[in-house]
Design a protein around this ligand. Structure first.
Ligand SMILES: Nc1ncnc2c1ncn2[C@@H]1O[C@H](COP(=O)(O)OP(=O)(O)OP(=O)(O)O)[C@@H](O)[C@H]1O
Length: 595
C-alpha cells in the first residue's frame, strides 16, 4: 500500500519535473528525448548489423558485408555520441530545474509552514538536512526513471534477439533480474545507513561551527575545551564513518553476489550457442550476435541497475521532499479570518496546555488568564518555567495541545496566520544577527515601511550607538563581510529597533531582548515601552518577558510561572501583598542588588 502510494507520488513528481524541463528549455528537452529514443534501438541494430556482416563474409556477399560494417560502425558512433549528449544535457536541465524551482520551493515551503516545530525537533530537522544542497537530485531522479525505462525496452529488444537464436538464452533474462534484486537490497542498506548517520553528521557540523565561531571560539579557548570538542567531533566522524563503511561493504558483497550469478549464466548460455553451431543448428553469425548482444546485455543490466539505483538513491531526497510538501500542506493554516483592527477585550488563555512533540511533560499546564486590552503584561518565572513557550503560542509558532487562545473572543486558530503576524511585533531572546548594513538590519522588521527607520532607532534607544558607527546607519555589520562587529548589547538594540518597525501592533512581544543591557538601560527601555504600549494600536497589548523583577514592576499585570503552571497573577503591589512566590523572588533580587 505504502509502495503504491510512493509510486503514485513519484509519478506525479516526475510529471512535474518533465513539465518544468519542457517549459524551461524545449530544445534541450527534445534533444535529450530524441537521443534517448535512438540510443534505445541502437544496441539491437548493432547486433543485427554484426550478424549480417559475418553472414555476408561466410556467403561472400560484398554488399551485405559493407552494409553490415557501415551500420555497425554508425551504430557504435551514434551510441557513444548520444550517451555523451544526453548525459551533459540532462545535468544542464537538472541544474536549471533545481536552481530555478526546487531551491526556491524548498525554502518557501520550509518558511511557509506556520509553526517552527520542523526547525526545533531533530526528527524533522533530519528531513530538512537531507534536502540541503541536494535539489539537483530531485531533477535527476526523473531522468533516472526515464533512463531505466529506456533500458528496460532495450533489454527486451536484446532478449527478443537472443530468444530468436535459442530460447535457452532467455535464461539470461532470469539471471539479469538477480543483480537487480541484490542491488535493491544493497540500496536499502545504504539508505538506512544514510539516515542512521545523519545525527552524527549534524553534530560534526555543529561542533565545527562551535570551534570556529567567533563567539563560541572565545569560550572554547578560555575554558580550554578545544581538545575535548575536537575529540567529540572525531568520535562523531568515526561513528558516522563506521556506519557508512559497513553499509558499503555489505552492499558491495551483495552486488558482487548478484553479478557472479549473472556472469555464470551468460557463460552457460554462450556455451549452448557454440554447441548448437558445432552441430550446425545455429549459424556462426549467431555466435557473433550472442557475444555482441550478450556483452551489451551485461552493460545494459548494469546501466539499468545504476539508473534504478540513482532513481532509488534519489529516494533519500524524494522522500524528505514529499514529506516537506505533505507537512507543509498539513501545517499551513486554512484559517481565513483576518486579525482584528484593534482589541477591546484582550487576549484570553482558556485552559491552555502545551507539550513539545519530543517531551512528555507539558511546558505549559492548564493556563487560564486574560491579558486585558491596552495593558502591559510581564511574564516572570525561573529558567525553563514556560515564559518563552507562552510567547511562541501567542505568535502562533505552535498550536496549544489543548485549550484555546482567544483574541477578543475569536480563537487564534481561526485567524489567518499571516494576517495575525502582520498585526504583531516581537523581539526574541535568540534574535537574528544579520550581516547587512545597520539600516537594512532594522528595515527587515517591516520592509513595507522603510520611512519608520528613524523612529524605530529612537524607540530602541539606539541613536547614540548609530552616532558612533563609522558610517552611521549605513555601516556594514559583520566581520566576515568586512564590516564592524557589534557588542551583544548593541546587537540587542538593533533587534529591538527592528521590532519597533511595526508602528501600532496589536501585540508587541519583548522576550528578554534586553538581557545583555545593564539594569538602568533595560529599565529605561521598558519604561519607554510601557509608555508606548498605551499609545499603540487601540487596545494593543505589550508582553514583556524578563528575569529582572525590578524592571517589570510597572507592568499592569504580572504572570508568575512555575514549571509550566501559572501560579500567581496580579499587579506588582497585589503580588507583594500576597507574600508568595513573586514576593519571595522579588525580595531575593532586591537583596542581591543591594548587596
Ligand atoms: N523546542 C523545544 N522542544 C522541547 N522542549 C522544549 C523546547 N523549548 C523549550 N522546551 C522545554 O519547555 C520548557 C519551557 O521552556 P521555555 O523556553 O518556555 O522556558 P523559559 O521560562 O522561557 O526559560 P528561560 O528563562 O530559560 O528562557 C522547558 O522545560 C524547556 O526545556
Amino acid at each position: 500500500m505504502r509502495t503504491l502510494r510512493t509510486l503514485r507520488g513519484n509519478a506525479t513528481l516526475f510529471r512535474e519535473i518533465f513539465g518544468l524541463c519542457w517549459r524551461r528549455s524545449r530544445p534541450l528537452f527534445l534533444t535529450v528525448c530524441v537521443c534517448m529514443t535512438l540510443d534505445t534501438f541502437a544496441v539491437a541494430a548493432i547486433g543485427l548489423c554484426m550478424r549480417a556482416m559475418v553472414s555476408g563474409t561466410i556467403d561472400s556477399d560484398g554488399t551485405v558485408i559493407v552494409v553490415g560494417a557501415v551500420g555497425a560502425a554508425l551504430g557504435y558512433a551514434l551510441t557513444i555520441t548520444f550517451t555523451e549528449i544526453t548525459g551533459a544535457l540532462q545535468i544542464n536541465l537538472c541544474e536549471l530545474v533545481a536552481r530555478e524551482h526546487y531551491d526556491r520551493q524548498i525554502q518557501l515551503a520550509a518558511m511557509g509552514i506556520e509553526g517552527i516545530e520542523h526547525l526545533e525537533q531533530t526528527e524533522y530537522l533530519d528531513q530538512l538536512t537531507a534536502l540541503y544542497d541536494q535539489t539537483w537530485a530531485i531533477g535527476r531522479s526523473a531522468w533516472g526513471a526515464l533512463e531505466a525505462t529506456a533500458l528496460v525496452v532495450r533489454l527486451f529488444l536484446v532478449l527478443g534477439l537472443l530468444g530468436s537464436i535459442s530460447p535457452v538464452l532467455l535464461v539470461i533474462l532470469l539471471a539479469g533480474v538477480i543483480p537487480l534484486y541484490f542491488e535493491q537490497r544493497a540500496r536499502t542498506l545504504i539508505q538506512n545507513a544514510q539516515h542512521a548517520r545523519s545525527q552524527d553528521r549534524r553534530l560534526q557540523r555543529r561542533l565545527f561551527e562551535i570551534l570556529t565561531g567567533g563567539a563560541t571560539g572565545k569560550e572554547v579557548r578560555v575554558a580550554g575545551t578545544s581538545t575535548h570538542l575536537v575529540r567529540l567531533q572525531r568520535e562523531a566522524a568515526e561513528r558516522s564513518e563506521l556506519i557508512w563503511r559497513r553499509a558499503n561493504l555489505r552492499a558491495g558483497l551483495l552486488n558482487a553476489l548478484g553479478w557472479s550469478v549473472f556472469v555464470g549464466s551468460f557463460v552457460a548460455g554462450l556455451a549452448v550457442v557454440v554447441v548448437d553451431a558445432a552441430h550446425n543448428s545455429a549459424h556462426v553469425g549467431d555466435i557473433v550476435l550472442t557475444i555482441t548482444v550478450g556483452t551489451q546485455l551485461r552493460s545494459l543490466v548494469q546501466n539499468a541497475v545504476r539508473a534504478s539505483s540513482s532513481t532509488g538513491g534519489a529516494g533519500r531526497v524524494l522522500e524528505p521532499y514529499r514529506w516537506l510538501r505533505e507537512y507543509e500542506a498539513a501545517h499551513t493554516s486554512k484559517a481565513a479570518g483576518p486579525a482584528p483592527a484593534g482589541l477591546t477585550r484582550g487576549i484570553t488563555f482558556e485552559d491552555v496546555t502545551f507539550t513539545y512533540g519530543n517531551s512528555d511533560r507539558p511546558a505549559l499546564d492548564a493556563v487560564n488568564v486574560t491579558l486585558p486590552a491596552g495593558s502591559v503584561v510581564a511574564v516572570v518565572g525561573e529558567y525553563g518555567s514556560g515564559k518563552t513557550t507562552i510567547v511562541k503560542l501567542l505568535e502562533k509558532m505552535y498550536r496549544p495541545t489543548s485549550g484555546r487562545i482567544l483574541i477578543d473572543g475569536v480563537d487564534l486558530a481561526d485567524i489567518d496566520t499571516r494576517s495575525w503576524r502582520t498585526a504583531t511585533a516581537a523581539a526574541f531572546q535568540d534574535f537574528g544577527r544579520y550581516h547587512s548594513t545597520f539600516a537594512q538590519g532594522i528595515a527587515l522588521g517591516d520592509l513595507a515601511h522603510p520611512e519608520r527607520l528613524g523612529t524605530a532607532v529612537a524607540n530602541a534607544d539606539a541613536q547614540i550607538l548609530v552616532d558612533r558607527l563609522p558610517d552611521g546607519v549605513d555601516t556594514q555589520l559583520g566581520r566576515p563581510f568586512g564590516g564592524v562587529d557589534l557588542s551583544e548589547g548593541q546587537w540587542q538594540k538593533l533587534a529591538l529597533a527592528r521590532a519597533c518597525m511595526r508602528e501600532a501592533p496589536l501585540l508587541f512581544v519583548l522576550d528578554e531582548p534586553t538581557a545583555s543591557l545593564d539594569a538602568p538601560s533595560e529599565h529605561a527601555i521598558f519604561e519607554r515601552y510601557m509608555e508606548r504600549a498605551r499609545a499603540i494600536a487601540p487596545g494593543g497589548i505589550t508582553v514583556i518577558v524578563s528575569h529582572r523583577f525590578s524592571t517589570v514592576a510597572g507592568a499592569d499585570l504580572i504572570l508568575v510561572l512555575d514549571k509550566g503552571r501559572l501560579v500567581e497573577v496580579g499587579s506588582h503591589e497585589e503580588l507583594l501583598a500576597k507574600s508568595a512566590t513573586y514576593a519571595d523572588l522579588y525580595s531575593l533580587q532586591q537583596t542581591a542588588y543591594a548587596g
